[in-house]
Design a protein around this ligand. Structure first.
Ligand SMILES: [Zn+2]
Length: 357
């Protein structure tokens, strides 16, 4: 089986919901520019009260094809194992039937494998290196200026020219024709795809963990992405205009982003457990690290998801947020991608198990 096309991803999600009573089909509210309706799955045993939820999304960046396969297979693995009363084996990493049951009973695992179907379709049929969605609204008729980088479109330090130091190498652009395809869009949540993800976090009010699956660099990233982490000075935070123009440098002197020490520790442990289980499959090493260590960013899903509880005036639950960068290429040969699916799914099962504990 080669990579799934967008109809196959969608039918994979829908058929799992049809086959397994422990899987609930969740239709996302907004169709894409090209008219496609998106679906997610909530998997887990039913309870009257909502359970703590792990929300996993993939396929936001069009060319990172394997992310959808990773999430469809994860859902299928958990459902088959739970229904059959078996464990799960991924190379040298395995889980008992009792561990599978723990995940299914203690958590809602919410899987949204294809955030950006228009982009994936374009990448698989026209331009393999396409990254953005296919919204032409700001293109001015220029085909090279179609689309928005969805992982720059979330509401976190969106006004980067104000927030960051002029010399910070922040990887974002306000030019629709940006050749690196990191155009952020005209405003936060201007795109249906990011609004769908926000809706998913709103709908699952007990979301405590969020993972956005991307490629590539073999890393498991956690917040923050805009600057180095620190847990000593709460005044140094993304909402404080005193630090505008100072963020995003590696020196750590002008600014570092405050994170609660307990959250920083919990995030590091979850990322380490993910990497350990992944390595157990066939020895592949992924690095757990704060997202800023890759390069400074703004408007990303993980920073947004974690920042929600800080910005909320209600009792918004805290979400620990992560970005996986699987593999060493955007679409490796399928034989290798199949192995990466096993690697990452082993890591994600362990991630869920650690979360459930
Ligand atoms: Zn990506």
């Amino acid at each position: 089986m080669p990579y799934l096309n967008i109809n196959e991803v969608e039918s994979g999600v829908i058929s799992l919901a049809a086959a397994f009573p422990k899987a609930e089909l969740v239709q996302l509210p907004e169709p894409t520019f090209e008219g496609r309706t998106c679906h997610a799955l909530r998997i887990g045993t039913h309870r009257l009260e909502p359970k703590p939820a792990v929300v996993l999304i993939g396929g936001a960046h069009a060319r990172e094809w394997g992310s959808s396969e990773i999430l469809v297979n994860l859902a299928a693995d958990l459902l088959h194992a739970h229904t059959g009363g078996t464990g799960l084996a991924y190379g040298g990493t395995s889980f008992t039937s009792a561990q599978v049951r723990t995940i299914m009973e203690e958590l809602d695992v919410v899987v949204f494998p294809l955030v950006n179907p228009d982009g994936r379709n374009y990448s698989q049929t026209v331009d393999p290196m396409w990254r953005r969605n296919r919204n032409p609204a700001r293109s001015g008729g220029n085909p090279a200026a179609i689309g928005v980088d969805l992982n720059r479109n979330y509401d976190h330090l969106f006004d980067y020219r104000t927030a960051f130091h002029p010399l910070a190498p922040v990887r974002v652009s306000d030019d629709p024709a940006d050749p690196d395809q990191v155009y952020q869009g005209p405003e936060p949540f201007s795109e249906v795809e990011t609004r769908n993800v926000r809706w998913l976090l709103d709908r699952f009010t007990r979301t405590h963990w969020f993972v956005d699956v991307h490629s590539y660099t073999q890393k498991m990233l956690y917040v923050w992405g805009d600057d180095q982490n620190q847990s000593v000075d709460p005044a140094k935070n993304f909402r404080n205009p005193l630090f505008d123009g100072k963020r995003g440098l590696k020196d750590g002197l002008l600014y570092a982003e405050f994170v609660d020490e307990g959250d920083a520790d919990d995030s590091a442990v979850l990322a380490e457990r993910f990497c350990e289980a992944l390595k157990g499959v066939r020895g592949t090493e992924y690095t757990p690290e704060p997202a800023f260590d890759l390069y400074p960013t703004c408007g990303t899903s993980d920073d947004y998801a974690y920042a929600r509880h800080i910005l909320s005036d209600q009792e918004e639950e805290k979400i620990l947020a992560f970005t996986i960068e699987w593999g060493t290429a955007f679409h490796p040969p399928w034989a290798e991608m199949k192995k990466i699916v096993l690697d990452v799914d082993a890591g994600l099962v362990q991630f869920c198990l650690t979360a459930a504990a």
